[in-house]
Design a binder for this molecule. Structure first.
Ligand code: ZN
Length: 795
């Protein structure tokens, strides 16, 4: 496609495509047929991790003479391919198999075939908790298809560029419930089993096919417009439902209004699963998320599900309804989901919260540029650019064109490509068609090229005016040029009023002048107030200017920047101002920046402020206070002790740890006071409690720690227990067994904890090495992954 010819350009179009590094992933995968419908009938043998499947594919040739057809399906055992009651010959490959048709297919011939198969998937479908000898673990089966893992348990053309409707007919033992994509057509009792039938009536990409199976209850809600929202939960966690799923329907209503396109599917469900390797996954109509987000009221103080919830929800439009045509355009999914998630958080938590998230995203982008300069639209961009950078690039686009204009263009983009694939040019075209002007320059500098601007700003005020000199300092490279952006300049006067001016900054050096109204005296100046543009800035200001900015700037980020800019100033110069800022400021991030600078100050006024911060009503401030000291100063001993029964599990853990470390004589008292505390899902408080109990000579605590490392517990608990055992140099047969179980997990985060522990023991002690070797010998290393894993442990 050549988008260029569509535009009535005032200026010649830059040949930006040629400036890109070649991205082989920009080419969509080759297809020979158009797959239309997938119908799976499946049952499982969970203790063996086995899938018995019968899948029917409907398709239509898109070329003349299609004599063979390839299906993805690594390690799947194909038992039969049935084609109009005829068994087809197949050719097997490492990554899948090819079927040979008796007669070549031709254009437009609607056709179908069915495949009977068995799979023991290592990836794509996960069997959790079925082999716990103590029968305490939750028993689940769940899928994770993105990027290309569904092919490991379901043979198909597994690529984002061929959308299909799908149908899942799953046989499962009672009382387990089954969730899949789309509408539940029915559940039929057949002896000890039930057959669950789901159907997607609109096409979606194969990586979005999902299954979630286990012991669940469902909280059924409805949005204002009548959309059914089914929120799945563990029956023993009913009391966590309200807090975890807070705002779930509200955010759907918010997105429908903001995006202007109704929720694109017939219903929406969410299901937590154990041992999930990512945060969450936006399968069409059915989001799967890690149950570590499913917290009680205390756990929610540290970790809310709202942001991730909104992110996956936004994907139902961006990613599920319109799907990237190839990996190069992955940002069209993740940047949008992150952007709309931030939008919802602003709605729920306010502008300051949003601004801080935006600043963090901008800083992440600047950081990534110290490593490489890939553009956002690249299969090599990496998650920092697909998620935070792209999200704030969209925010800048909105800043350039206007929120209403942005929303109209996005609406047009979605409607033009509904249930289809898209690429980065489609988005650009949608903006052009909607707004009538070219944004090629914006795509060029922020999406097709990498890097960010580095501005040097100098300002000088006289009685009559303030003059700015702005230079762009970034190194000019093939993929990074000069940046063009509208930037606001502001002069604030001592009487609280201001003058501002917006100037397009595009050259290497710009001069900007703002005249002062008669009699007004400049207090401080701002370059891009509120921080709209991703950038690094060098803008030196006097202490007096920083002081006025920290105390009176309208936007939180400008106040924050002023406080941070004081970091290197002598404490006696800035102490009183910082204390004044702390007392006046309402947002935690600025107050934290003050705490950071005053924590080490011995002056009485700073000590008083620090003492008050331990009992601040804002949890984040209490956390900042506690984090300020590695060993607790004597005069704050009482302050820390006062937080030992803190509701936040994270804070409680840190307080317990630091008290035990700093005051060994009082350890027994601290442990007695917290002996009933378990902490969050990962047992964080209990594991810290066990640590100090073991250090205090409590042998039973070692047995309990080993139990926490076993398959009976969720993976963050097991990781924490193994990490602690290693730190305390504890090795025995129990830990060996649990570490081997952990190492074999298909979840990398679990596996790496097991491997780390075993590898440490293997190298440290010849006796332990022998014990590990003899266990590994029983594996027989029949599969490649087992062989590779053993090698990692024995390294
Ligand atoms: Zn995402």
């Amino acid at each position: 496609m050549t988008a260029v010819s569509l535009f009535a350009q005032k200026e010649p179009v830059k040949p930006f495509i040629q400036s890109l590094p070649y991205d082989s992933a920009s080419v969509p995968r080759e297809r020979f047929v158009d797959f239309q419908h997938l119908r799976l009938e499946a049952s499982f043998e969970p203790t063996q991790g086995k899938v018995n499947g019968w899948v029917t594919h409907r398709f239509q040739a898109i070329r003349q003479n299609v004599d063979t057809l390839f299906f993805d399906g690594p390690d799947i055992q194909i038992q039969e391919v049935n084609y109009h009651d005829q068994k087809l010959t197949i050719r097997k490959y490492e990554t899948g198999f090819t079927v040979v048709f008796p007669k070549a297919l031709s254009w437009n011939s609607a056709d179908s075939l069915s495949i009977r198969y068995v799979a023991f998937p290592r990836h794509g479908l996960y069997f959790v908790g079925w082999n716990d000898p103590t029968n305490r673990a939750r028993k689940q089966i769940w899928s994770q298809g993105q990027g290309t893992d569904n092919r490991c348990w379901l043979p198909m053309f597994d690529n984002m560029n061929d959308k299909i409707t799908s149908e899942m007919i799953i046989t499962m033992a009672k009382p387990y419930k089954v969730l899949s994509n789309g509408v539940k057509l029915g559940v039929k009792d057949v002896g000890a089993n039930q057959i669950w039938h789901y159907r997607m009536n609109k096409p979606h990409a194969p990586y979005l096919i999902m299954l979630g199976i286990g012991d669940y209850e469902i909280d059924a809600r409805k949005t204002g417009s009548g959309l059914a929202v089914n929120l799945w939960y563990y029956p023993d966690w009913k009391d966590r439902v309200a807090g975890t799923y807070a705002k779930s329907t509200e955010m759907i209503e918010f997105f429908e209004k903001e995006i202007g396109v109704p929720f694109p599917w017939e219903n929406y469900s969410q299901i937590p699963v154990q041992e999930f390797m990512y945060g969450a996954m936006e399968n069409t109509t059915a989001t799967v998320f890690g149950d570590f987000f499913f917290n009680d009221a205390r756990g929610l103080l540290d970790r809310s599900y709202v942001g991730v919830n909104a992110h996956e929800l936004a994907h139902q439009w961006f990613g599920d309804m319109v799907t990237a045509r190839s990996e190069t355009h992955h940002w069209l999914q993740e940047s949008f989901a992150t952007h709309y998630n931030m939008m919802y958080e602003r709605e729920a938590f306010g502008q300051d919260y949003f601004d801080l998230a935006r600043r963090n995203a901008q800083n992440a982008a600047l950081n990534a540029s110290t490593r490489d300069l890939y553009p956002v639209a690249s299969s090599d961009a990496g998650s920092t650019r697909w998620y935070p950078k792209g999200a704030v690039v969209l925010e800048m686009l909105k800043y350039v064109v206007g929120r209403e204009e942005f929303n109209r263009a996005i609406n047009h983009y979605l409607k033009s490509h509904a249930y289809d694939n898209v690429d980065t040019e489609d988005l650009l075209i949608a903006f052009h068609e909607t707004l009538g002007y070219s944004l090629n320059w914006f795509w060029d500098q922020w999406i097709y090229r990498g890097g960010e601007p580095v501005y040097k700003v100098e300002s000088e005020s006289t009685k009559e005016s303030t003059r700015f000199i702005v230079s762009q300092l970034q190194e000019k490279l093939p993929y990074v040029g000069l940046f063009k952006m509208p930037i606001v300049f502001e002069v604030h006067f001592t009487d609280g009023s201001k003058e501002s001016k917006t100037v397009w900054i595009s050259e290497k050096v710009h001069n900007v002048k703002i005249d002062h109204p008669a009699g007004k005296i400049a207090a401080y100046a701002l370059f891009d107030p509120g921080n709209q543009v991703i950038k690094a800035v060098v803008f030196n200001k006097s202490f007096d200017q920083l002081k006025q900015q920290a105390l009176s700037a309208q936007y939180m980020l400008d106040r924050l920047d002023a406080v941070i800019a004081m970091s290197d100033l002598p404490i006696d110069q800035k102490r009183d101002v910082l204390i004044q800022v702390y007392k006046k400021e309402t947002f935690h991030e600025v107050r934290e920046a003050v705490i950071e600078q005053l924590a080490k100050d011995k002056n009485k006024k700073s000590r008083q402020l620090m003492a008050s911060s331990f009992t601040d009503s804002d949890l984040i401030i209490r956390k900042a206070a506690v984090a300020s000291y590695d060993t607790i100063p004597k005069d704050f001993k009482k302050s820390y002790e006062g937080l030992l029964n803190e509701l936040s599990y994270q804070l409680q853990e840190e307080v317990l740890y630091k008290l035990c470390l700093s005051f060994p004589a009082d350890r027994a008292t601290y442990l007695e006071k917290t002996k009933l505390e378990m902490g969050n899902n990962a047992h964080n408080v209990r594991i810290t409690w066990l640590e100090w109990s073991i250090k205090n000579g409590n042998k039973a605590a070692i047995t309990e720690l080993a139990d926490l490392a076993s398959v009976s517990f969720e993976f963050n608990t097991r990781r924490g227990a193994l990490t602690l055992a290693k730190e305390l140099s504890i090795f025995n047969e129990d830990f060996l067994k649990h570490a081997l179980d952990a190492a074999r997990s298909a979840n990398n985060r679990m596996s790496s904890a097991g491997v780390g522990y075993l590898n440490w023991a293997y190298k440290l002690n010849p006796e332990w090495k022998t014990m590990i070797d003899s266990q590994l010998n029983t594996w027989n290393a029949q599969q490649k992954w087992e062989y590779d894993l053993a090698k990692k442990i024995q390294k």
